[in-house]
Write a protein of this length. Sequence first.
Length: 173
Amino acid sequence: MKYFFMLIISLAICNCAPTSDVSHIKNNGNDVQMNTNATAYISLPEDRSSNGHLYAGSGREVAVEIEFIFSKYLNQVVVGNSVETFDEGLLSAKNFGYIYFIHPQLIQWEDYATQWSGIPDKLTLKVTIVSVESGAIIDKLLIDGKGPIVTLSGGHPLDISKKSLEEWVKSLF
C-alpha cells in the first residue's frame, strides 16, 4: 500500500508542469533588438473552437496577455478592438502611426476541467512581429503545447505559453 501511494505521488509530480514545443524563427538568423521607445499595435485574433465548443474571449485573452508582456518593454502597446486579418492589422498599425505590428494567431485553444477529467488543456499560438514602416517580418514564435495531466487547481491554456512568451519578448530587447 505504501508503494501504491508513492507511485501516485510520483505520477502527480511528473505530470504537473505544462509542456510545449517552441519554434523561434529569427528574421534572416539575425538577432533582433527592438526599440524600447517604440509603440506597437496588436491585432485581435479570432476566438477558437474545439469539438463544437466555442471558447468565447480566447482571442482577447491571448492579445491582452501579449499586450501585458510587451508593455514591460515598449512605450505604448494597444490591442485592436475587433478581429483583423494580417493585412487589416498592418493597415491599422500604419494608419495609427505605430512602429511595430504584432499579429497573434490562435491556432488551437482547448480548455478542460483537467482536475476532474484528466484531459490536458491545449494551446497552439503563432506570434509575428512586423516593422510597420518596411513591412518586414522582424521575428516569429510558434508555441505548441499542452497542460499537465494532473492538476489540483484546473489551469488555463495561457499557462502553457506564459513562460515561453516572456522569455521570447525579453530576448527581443
